[in-house]
Design a protein around this ligand. Structure first.
Ligand SMILES: Cc1cc2nc3c(=O)[nH]c(=O)nc-3n(C[C@H](O)[C@H](O)[C@H](O)COP(=O)(O)OP(=O)(O)OC[C@H]3O[C@@H](n4cnc5c(N)ncnc54)[C@H](O)[C@@H]3O)c2cc1C
Ligand code: SF4
Ligand code: SF4
Length: 444
């Protein structure tokens, strides 16, 4: 057993649902927590989803109480646009360097009135990242109304002042902000933290079907606007999304929807032999949502084999079928234009024959990938990666352990999992970190 760390606080890296859970559990136990998030807000992918399987609960109704708690907890300090750049073992635990990029807006002063975005010279010209390019906004933006921190932030890649050094005579956003919250002269800075335990909860990225090396161009993503990813589908369904929850692409209201499973999963050619675990259930959920929004629609899921592994998931699949969702065992080969709509050519793997399915909308069930800088973060933290590119746990019986006595894994940083499992592993990592801070608990 290593000596008990003398630094009494903890670092949580990544503010998705797993990191949020770990931070709240630790803070409630009396530990001071610094929560480092590289994006503009907390909530991770769950903040982008509309409803959750298998209960079809509203995602933000479950998430918002936790994001608000993280934003207001007296023992949690949240750093956004922040990334860990160095971690050194010292006598009290760890000395950590965190690079904090500017938001150009003071979150304490911003009242989220939106006046800045209204007058921004880039209004209507900037792809909204939170909406996965399905909508355009301004160079100063708030991802969604309940975002925590409840503060606008400037996109340094599209803001005229930050990219060209000039925005008209004067930046209009600064003039419009009565709260005086916008500071376009902010610069990056580095914070040094001393912590006794670290929870890594950096989550996942979505498989990019347009990737030049291991993408699937034959499925028409980014070629046909009617081919979208499963996460884009979530944004379309969301009341705070680009269509205020209406299922449509432009003026087209789909009546035939095809879900293509295992796009970027269980397929070595796309760089991932593993199953992403959640996409079968995600597509069943989304298929039910199509029928809720458009009763009588023709909804087909083309699957390799349906994996309904969790509590209530098998019943959820049966419910989808009862509601009229057609499940066909099929391997999609190509999406192409047919008449005014699209068609999917696929191999029916039960009949052993090529078939065609016409659709107005094709949803790709994109799998989970480790976020882009995972290898770099592993190097910084001294951790190793598994074959799938996610962080490697050191003990299959206790998946939060890493082999480094004060560093623990939570959520999908360790590999694909659904929200209940991510929350459970956030709590498990927090209790392992707490035991470490108290000088107790299992050694890796
Ligand atoms: C389309 C879709 C729909 C889904 N629907 C459901 C559902 O209905 N029910 C369900 O149970 N599951 C669902 N899931 C799965 C769910 O999204 C995940 O289980 C959950 O988001 C995992 O949470 P997490 O905290 O592990 O990761 P994430 O949500 O990915 O959060 C990780 C956070 O870490 C941050 N981060 C990443 N790298 C760094 C870094 N280096 N430094 C600092 N911060 C970093 C990210 O910005 C992010 O905020 C769905 C998944 C998809 C793709
Ligand atoms: S105008 Fe100022 S206070 Fe209002 S949203 Fe913009 S930055 Fe925040
Ligand atoms: S400086 Fe100009 S472009 Fe940048 S956010 Fe303000 S108004 Fe928009």
């Amino acid at each position: 057993m290593k000596p008990k760390p003398t630094h009494r606080s903890a670092l949580v890296i990544g503010a998705g649902i797993a990191g949020i859970q770990a931070a709240i559990d630790l803070a409630d136990a009396g530990v001071r927590v610094v929560l480092v998030e590289r994006g503009d807000l907390v909530g991770g992918r769950m903040a982008q989803t509309d409803k959750t399987f298998p209960t079809l609960d509203c995602s933000s109704c479950t998430l918002t109480p936790r994001t608000v708690e993280v934003g207001s907890h007296p023992r949690i300090r949240l750093l956004t646009r922040a990334e860990v750049t160095a971690l050194d073992v010292d006598s009290g635990g760890y000395r950590v360097q965190v690079r904090v990029r500017p938001r150009y807006v003071d979150p304490e002063a911003c009242v989220s009135c939106g006046a800045c975005a209204e007058v921004c010279r880039m209004k209507g010209r900037v792809s909204r990242r939170f909406d996965l390019a399905l909508a355009k906004g301004s160079a100063i933006d708030l991802p969604y109304p309940q975002a925590v921190p409840s503060s606008y932030a400037v996109d340094p890649h599209s803001c005229l002042y930050l990219t060209r050094g000039k925005c008209g005579e004067n930046p209009r956003c600064v003039e419009a902000c009565e709260a005086g919250a916008i500071h376009l002269d902010q610069t990056e800075h580095t914070e040094v933290l001393e912590v006794g335990a670290v929870v890594v909860a950096t989550g996942y990225d979505l498989y990019p079907p347009e990737h030049p090396e291991w993408g699937r161009p034959e499925l028409g993503f980014e070629h046909y606007p009617q081919v979208i990813s499963n996460l884009q589908f979530e944004r379309l369904c969301s009341a705070s999304g680009p269509t205020q929850g209406e299922l449509r692409i432009g003026d087209m209201e789909p009546k035939r929807v095809a879900f293509l499973q295992c796009v970027g999963s269980r397929d070595q050619a796309t760089g991932a032999a593993y199953c992403s675990r959640v996409c079968c259930m995600v597509s069943l959920k989304q298929a039910i949502l199509v029928l809720e929004k458009r009763p009588g629609a023709q909804v087909t899921v083309l699957y390799m084999d349906m994996r309904a592994f969790g509590k209530g998931y098998e019943e959820f699949m049966e419910r989808a079928q009862r509601l009229g969702v057609t499940l066909r065992r099929g391997n999609p080969a190509e999406v192409y234009r047919k008449g005014g709509a699209l068609a999917v050519r696929f191999e029916d793997t039960l009949l052993g024959r090529a078939q065609e399915l016409e659709a107005d909308l094709v949803v790709l069930a994109c799998g989970m990938r480790p976020p882009e800088p995972t290898a770099e973060l592993a190097r910084v933290l001294g951790l190793t990666l598994a074959e799938d590119g996610f962080f490697r746990g050191s003990d299959p019986r206790d998946p939060v352990l890493t082999g480094e006595s004060g560093v623990f894994l939570a959520g999908t940083a360790a590999g694909p999992m659904d929200i209940p499992d991510a929350v459970a592993s956030g709590s498990a990592a927090a209790s392992a970190a707490l035991a470490r801070l108290l000088g107790r608990g299992a050694e890796p």
